[in-house]
Design a protein around this ligand. Structure first.
Ligand SMILES: *Cc1c(COP(=O)(O)O)cnc(C)c1O
Length: 459
């Protein structure tokens, strides 16, 4: 095993929560009752929960104490004012539209700008974003660079958009494109960063045609730290300066504060344009709530305001990205196929390479995720055909995503190296016994975002 990255951990533990590994017989019973869908498991049946890094992180004593100062006024809450000023300072965007979480912000953006038949190009849309684009009657267009579609690569910015493809898309369909959306970091291909140079390029391509550029900024701080580590000319800049610079190239962002807000709930839309802000508020009030709370309690606004400061601290980001790299190194040492280089918020196992005998219509990623739970009580999530496959409305055939992945997302400030070592041992055990793993068939699926509620059986 390689040594842990050589830096001092920037926290000590002040409060603990007991967890335990259920007996094997209980795990077998639980996964069957769950219809082989890990979303249906009770968290008490899970030992190390890497389902998501969304809202699952540990808050700091500063966040908890700020929550005690939350102003629960319906209108004119000072907690809203505090968050608005932090968002203005962090993003450079003047207007804050608070939402209950990131998808609420996506909904308001689509309602405000998207019409049926539109196309939304981006590097690679996240699943809720794709869901909202489809619900608006529009077409999601993913233009990530070729290296970003391959599991193995040494490209430092696998979240980059293909600028030539973007140019061609805008030339062909410019009148049907309300905006370009860059997801930073790019969740779906492994939490991969986008370079500042690529963002400048996308902004230039879009602005030549008068098309706005928005960010899905869920992991903007992780993206900023990758730029500092990997991009020429940024090594001496603070993550806060880098974040501000890249966001300055766009017109606004959607944000899931459950990610780089290090809060348990919350989100927002931040906007530069006054007119668009007025439009978004018209949708915010009926769907999310009045402007100064937007579906959140005053205390939640305080948690996000404090979290947005902490997430940009270099020691936090060094520990965050170092933890992900640590788990990735443990798996690479065992020869396990993962997406390389690892991204920011988790390690993504290449399920096609792990289980080459299982065809894509038998959900190799889901089959692998089920085994990780059965062997070690570890809960990851499939991000492959179950999550992103779609049925072509014209031909009835399945449109497959680029990769079959299982994501082991790492909650912020929550698990230690020993938890991650248990995860690595579990994956290694499944790897050693991979020949006996069977594929799955889906026995129930919802029309949109099916992987959350699907049920499966072994074939
Ligand atoms: C989580 C996430 C969202 C949606 O945010 P929620 O807070 O879960 O609604 C959107 N985009 C990306 C990239 C995400 O990771």
């Amino acid at each position: 095993m390689r040594p842990r990255n050589e830096y001092a951990e920037p926290y000590r533990i002040k409060m603990v929560e007991s967890i335990h590994l259920p007996e094997e017989s209980r795990r077998e019973e639980a996964i069957r009752e769950a219809g082989l869908n890990l979303f249906n498991l009770d968290s008490s049946d899970v030992y190390v929960d890497l389902l998501t890094d969304s809202g699952t992180g540990a808050m700091s004593q500063e966040q908890w104490s700020a929550m005690m100062r939350g102003d629960e006024a319906y209108a004119g809450s000072r907690s809203f004012e505090r968050l608005a000023s932090v968002v203005r300072r962090t993003t450079g965007y003047d207007h804050l539209v608070v939402t209950h979480q990131g998808r609420g912000a996506e909904h308001l953006l689509m309602r405000s700008l998207v019409s049926e038949g539109d196309r939304i190009p981006g590097n690679m849309h996240f699943d809720t974003t794709q869901g909202h684009i489809l619900l608006a009657g529009a077409e999601p267009v993913n233009l990530v660079i070729e290296e970003g579609r391959r599991a193995e690569s040494d490209h430092p910015f696998k979240g980059n958009i293909d600028l030539e493809a973007l140019e061609a898309e805008l030339a062909a369909h410019g009148d049907r494109i309300p905006f370009v959306l860059m997801t930073i970091t790019c969740n779906n291909n492994g939490g991969q960063p986008v370079s500042a140079e690529n963002i400048r390029g996308a902004a230039a391509v879009a602005s030549r045609r008068g098309i706005p550029l928005f960010f899905d900024a869920a992991r903007f701080a992780e993206n900023a730290y990758f730029i500092r580590e990997r991009e020429e000319g940024y090594g001496d800049r603070s993550p806060a300066e880098i974040a501000r610079e890249i966001l300055s190239l766009g017109d606004g962002c959607t944000m899931s504060a459950k990610k780089d807000g290090i809060a348990n709930i919350g989100g927002f839309l931040a906007l530069r344009d006054d007119e668009l802000y007025r439009k978004a508020v018209e949708w915010q009030i009926p769907f999310e709530g009045f402007t100064t709370y937007g579906g959140l309690a005053g205390r939640d606004l305080e948690a996000v305001a404090t979290g947005l400061g902490e997430v940009l601290e270099p020691t936090y980001l060094e520990d965050r990205l170092g933890g992900t790299r640590y788990l990735a190194d443990l798996l690479l040492d065992e020869g396990i196929p993962i997406v390389t280089p690892p991204g920011g918020h988790g390690v993504f196992i290449d399920a096609s390479a792990f289980l080459p005998g299982i065809p894509r219509d038998q959900f190799p990623g889901q089959a692998l995720a089920v085994e990780l739970y059965r062997r070690g009580g570890v809960r990851g999530v499939e991000l492959g055909t179950a999550a992103f496959g779609r049925t072509d409305p014209d031909t009835g055939e399945t449109i497959y995503p680029d990769m079959e992945l299982v994501r082991l997302a790492i909650p912020r400030r929550t698990y230690t190296d020993r938890h991650l070592a248990h995860v690595a041992r579990t994956v290694a055990r499944v790897w050693a016994n991979r020949d006996g793993i069977r594929g799955l068939k889906m026995t129930y699926e919802a029309p949109v975002l099916r992987h959350f509620t699907a049920r499966y059986e072994w074939v």
